[in-house]
Design a protein around this ligand. Structure first.
Ligand code: GLP
Length: 243
């Protein structure tokens, strides 16, 4: 695990966008796993900026998002489908047919997850997986558990995640209680992984991810075992790390 210190959110975002952009330049048809949440928005803005300057071409890029709330229509403003269009896809020349997000509108969890898993596997998994990290160490929506999850599956969100994500909803009771997420094993199949984190609310999770024991109680801790994982975090998120 390589840990890179960023000065602040803007620096973290630019460094992350540099790695994503390098991947696309090296392999224009790269399979890129994308994340939602507040953390990656700055990196997506930087990528849009480079696209507008003609420095980046998304024409052949294929994307798979980590997760989606169960029960939200694709055009629901709280859905991750909507988030991706608003924050990246609608502003670059990506072919929407090449973008994939688990189908939260399909309430048949087993079918929705099996279908997504089959697609990710058929692609040969991701060249680069971008990850944020939850305050409790979750990645995608893989919450602390007794075992590491494998493929795409339906999860019951923990109270801490519902609480953390409720800031983006009008009322806490509007936060869906379930989500479909790529499993930890699927994430670990990516050839390279990039984790980004900022702010002091993430300091404990970042410490546990990088220096704690590898345990499903902190799903991100398994990334210590990946052979090509880079963490880019700002000063506040690295505050507890002995670096
Ligand atoms: C959600 C997403 C995660 C994300 C996490 C942190 O739970 N499913 O993929 O990493 O939130 O979000 P934020 O970046 O807003 O802190």
């Amino acid at each position: 695990m390589k840990i890179r210190r960023a000065k602040d959110y803007a620096d973290m975002s630019r460094k992350a966008a540099n790695i994503i952009s390098a991947q696309i330049i090296l392999k224009p048809c790269a399979r890129i796993g994308l994340a939602t949440g507040s953390t990656p928005i700055g990196a997506y803005q930087q990528l849009i900026d480079w696209y507008r300057k003609d420095d980046l071409d998304f024409a052949e890029v294929v994307t798979y998002n980590l997760d989606e709330y169960r029960g939200l229509a694709h055009d629901d403003p709280q859905s991750y489908h909507y988030f991706m269009r608003k924050n990246l896809f609608d502003h670059v020349n990506i072919d929407l047919a090449n973008t994939h997000v688990p189908d939260g509108s399909n309430l048949d969890a087993e079918a929705a997850c099996a279908e997504y898993d089959a697609m990710v596997k058929a692609e040969g998994y991701m060249d680069l997986q971008l990850l944020g990290i939850g305050n409790n160490g979750h990645i995608g929506f893989n919450e602390p558990d007794e075992v590491f999850s494998k493929g795409t599956h339906c999860v019951d969100l923990t109270e801490s995640t519902i609480q953390a994500n409720s800031r983006l909803f009008d009322r806490p009771e509007d936060v869906p209680r379930q989500a479909y997420t790529m499993g930890v094993q699927t994430i670990m199949h990516a050839r390279s992984i990039l984790v980004i984190a900022n702010g002091d609310a993430k300091a404990q999770a970042v410490y546990d991810m990088c220096f704690g024991p590898v345990t499903p109680r902190v799903p991100a801790s398994i990334l210590q075992l990946h052979t090509n994982c880079t963490v880019i975090a700002d000063e506040a998120a690295l505050a507890l790390c002995p670096l």
